[in-house]
Design a protein around this ligand. Structure first.
Ligand code: ADP
Ligand code: MG
Length: 208
């Protein structure tokens, strides 16, 4: 194996609230890998159309081309033999099969880097993020800045009254908040595993 490449695959998870820099960190790791001339393929869920159909974009306007996929299993089909690193943004939107998909890629010896929200707008574990975090070799849990007090923020406060689990939106719909300034009244209602939820999808694409 070439110097610097991994003998074994590994799973890295980057998580935190909205605006915490998950996409920036994902892009940073991808760019460093590219400097090391390792082939990277980038994926995102097709439902996330906020900044365009095929691009992964950060709130600081950094971007990279990606392959949008509807189903996590499609990632297995798309990954080429020459690929060393698979990067996935907004991973919380994928169905539970994403866990097996990442495990398979890691078993093939690939470095898999996923980024996504750890918590939904009520402070509940989002999608398969809990399992991905448990399976990860390395975890980066990062914070944003609370828009109310400037403290480190670990929660995403929804500003609209919508009760949909998935509401695509940006600054008009969400703010980063610390625990004290997160709407705790709703958070108290989380009493257990939300896996039985069937997420309704409400697309709100009038961005910026
Ligand atoms: P994420 O993918 O976690 O939503 P991004 O990587 O897209 O985050 O964007 C992070 C960038 O968002 C920061 O570098 C900063 O420029 C900007 N930003 C906007 N609001 C905030 C905030 N409340 N806290 C921290 N960064 C913020
Ligand atoms: Mg992001």
């Amino acid at each position: 194996m070439a110097h610097g490449s991994l003998q074994h695959g590994q799973l890295e998870v980057i998580c935190g609230p909205m605006f915490s820099g998950k996409t920036e960190e994902l892009l940073r790791r991808i760019r460093r890998a590219q400097i090391a001339r390792q082939r990277v393929q980038v994926f995102k869920p097709a439902l996330d159309t906020r900044f365009g159909v095929t691009t992964v974009v950060s709130h600081s306007a950094q971007s990279m081309e990606s392959t949008p996929v509807n189903d996590a299993l499609d990632i297995l089909e798309f990954v080429k033999d020459s690929t060393r690193i698979v990067a996935i943004d907004e991973v919380q939107f994928f169905a539970p099969s994403i866990v097996a998909v990442t495990q398979k890629l890691v078993a093939r010896g690939l470095r898999v880097i996923v980024a996504g929200l750890d918590l939904d707008y009520l402070g509940r574990p989002f999608g398969s993020m809990g399992e991905l975090l448990a399976c990860a070799d390395e975890v980066a849990k990062i914070q944003a800045i609370c828009t109310i007090c400037g403290a480190p923020a670990s929660r995403s406060q929804r500003l609209s009254v919508s009760k949909e689990k998935i509401l695509l939106g940006e600054k008009e719909s969400y703010e980063a908040r610390c625990r004290s300034h997160f709407d705790g009244e709703e958070e108290v209602q989380y009493e257990g595993n939300p896996n039985s939820d069937s997420p309704n999808i409400l697309l709100n694409s009038n961005m910026n």
